[in-house]
Design a binder for this molecule. Structure first.
Ligand code: HEM
Ligand code: ZN
Length: 181
């Protein structure tokens, strides 16, 4: 897991719970003197341990915390990779470009990133089907990232996530509906 993911997690926890809480979490779940450098790799177990404890602290299901983090993460990634995100004029084109454009760029910018397989298909002008597969099973993070992208483009959406790897499916299917008022 790339350091940038931990850096954005730190920003979110410091913003919402304060620096003392982050320092405590780090002391408990990471080796001594851990400093996350954005382009370096760190064990994903550290991220899962931190997020699990946040969920216990807040008395929330872990998936809710991962989803909230995903939503926060989008703006963190966008801020660090403005050139990549600026290529997309709207929400739909960004979602259609996750796998073949965004994560392809990520592969050039980072050494051996651990990326999911994402296949986005336009079903009709208001519905996108996104198939997600990854050994890390971070589909709730993907869901949050999509909501973060929707915030970024001021696009109202809803997501159905009926088929899920956490319920034994081979891959997750996220049905994104664009809302217009
Ligand atoms: C990792 C999905 C946009 C850069 C991930 C992961 C997910 C994901 C779920 C976690 C790894 C896994 O599941 O195996 C998405 C979705 C996006 C999106 C759904 C849009 C809605 C972006 C953007 C950037 C980006 C805009 C930056 C330009 C990265 C990076 C990682 C990552 C750096 C970490 C790789 C690692 O830890 O080794 N993405 N992503 N993603 N993504 Fe994306
Ligand atoms: Zn899922």
């Amino acid at each position: 897991m790339k350091g940038i993911i931990f850096n954005v997690l730190e920003d979110m926890i410091v913003q919402q719970c304060g620096m003392a809480v982050w320092n405590d979490l780090l002391a408990k779940h990471a080796p001594e003197d851990r400093v996350y450098i954005s382009a370096k790799n760190y064990p994903e177990n550290e991220l899962f341990a931190i997020v699990t404890e946040v969920a216990i602290m807040l008395n929330l299901p872990i998936q809710d915390v991962i989803k909230a983090f995903g939503q926060f993460l989008f703006s963190g990634l966008a801020a660090n990779h403005t050139k990549v995100v600026e290529r997309f004029a709207d929400f739909t084109s960004l979602v259609m470009g996750i796998h073949n454009i965004i994560h392809v760029e990520v592969n050039k910018l980072y050494h051996e990133p651990a990326l999911p397989t994402i296949i986005s298909t336009m079903l009709d002008s208001n519905n996108i089907e996104l198939k997600y597969h990854s050994p890390r099973k971070l589909c709730f993070c993907a869901e949050g990232l999509i909501f973060g992208a929707a915030d970024y483009y001021h696009q109202q959406i809803s997501i159905k996530h009926d088929t899920c790897m956490h319920h034994g499916a081979e891959q997750c299917i996220l049905n994104i509906e664009l809302k217009h008022d």
